[in-house]
Design a protein around this ligand. Sequence first.
Ligand code: SF4
Length: 120
Amino acid sequence: MSYNTYVRFGTYGEPSLLPKALVESITWVADGWTGYTHQWEKKWANDFGKWFMASTHDEKEQRKARSIGYRSFVATTIGTEKAVSCPASKEMDYKSNCAKCGLCSGLLGKGTKDVKILQH
Ligand code: SF4
């Protein structure tokens, strides 16, 4: 079902509750994926930084997430965090979408930088 398609982990529920082997096999065959978890600080969720972004809200959380193997998707109120702006955001004039961009795909997906979006 995932072969050659874009997969959005977490559309329904918390994606870090999936078996790691399932996530790994889906990402092997998918054309691309995105995923986010609020559970990144939990010890049992640490390995999911390979595939998912840590949902964070400021630089402090961003640094902590990085220290345990996560890139961040920062929903920020100030926008000064060191991160690229999401191209699907209002502040970037909705230039792209997740299926085309795919940047929010952890350490094994696209890109190496953190991503930020202004909270509205
Ligand atoms: S950076 Fe790309 S993948 Fe991440 S939320 Fe924005 S459009 Fe989607």
